[in-house]
Design a protein around this ligand. Sequence first.
Ligand code: C5P
Length: 230
Amino acid sequence: MRNLPIIALDFDSVEAVDAFLDRFEEPLFVKVGMELFYQTGPQLISSIKERGHEIFLDLKLHDIPNTVGKAMEGLSKLNVDLVNVHAAGGTEMMNSALAGLKKHNPNIKLIAVTQLTSTTEAMLRNEQNIQSSIEDAVLNYAQLAQSAGLDGVVCSPLEAELLKSELGETFLKVTPGIRPLDSTKDDQQRVTTPEDAKKMGATHIVVGRPITKNSNPVESYHKIKESWLS
Ligand code: C5P
């Protein structure tokens, strides 16, 4: 997997994706989420791959182990590079996901969502009945994911430091909520610059609107890439 910033392709049509990708002359690492995948299906994945880009298919699977295993077997045929599940589905589900995935393509990486960044400590206590801090809850799920043989987690850069010290440098920490200093926060509450995310231990950053909504997406991407790789 390349160490490029992962561009979140949060568009609602194939045309919009194509128009965006047409601007770039280099291989990219892009993220396709539920919104786009549910509207465009596996065909879009093949066409992005044909353009030579790497893909993080962000579908956050969460179901019984057998169903997730079979679903992953299907996704592995799409030849994507990175996929994810919810760690809350449990160790058996993660094992099954991994087994399904590796059946057709041993190179696809699997990461887990720990606690969504939209989850507050009050929700953790009152709705999930988890009495620990968010950090401890995230660490617990990240440890489960590592024990199950997953390659890493999606997390906030603010959690990456703890995960790096507890789970090691190479365990993937893929972090959204990234904003360069000259960018607006949009609906992200706690944001981090690419440089700081790197310092905190992120192994990959996911960046959407600062690139996709910029009047010059290519220039914005290159600036972010430079500060991330510097
Ligand atoms: O536009 P922006 O840079 O905020 O996009 C971030 C991307 O990462 C979006 O696709 C969003 O759904 C995703 N994401 C996130 N926070 C999480 C998990 C995923 O922003 N905790």
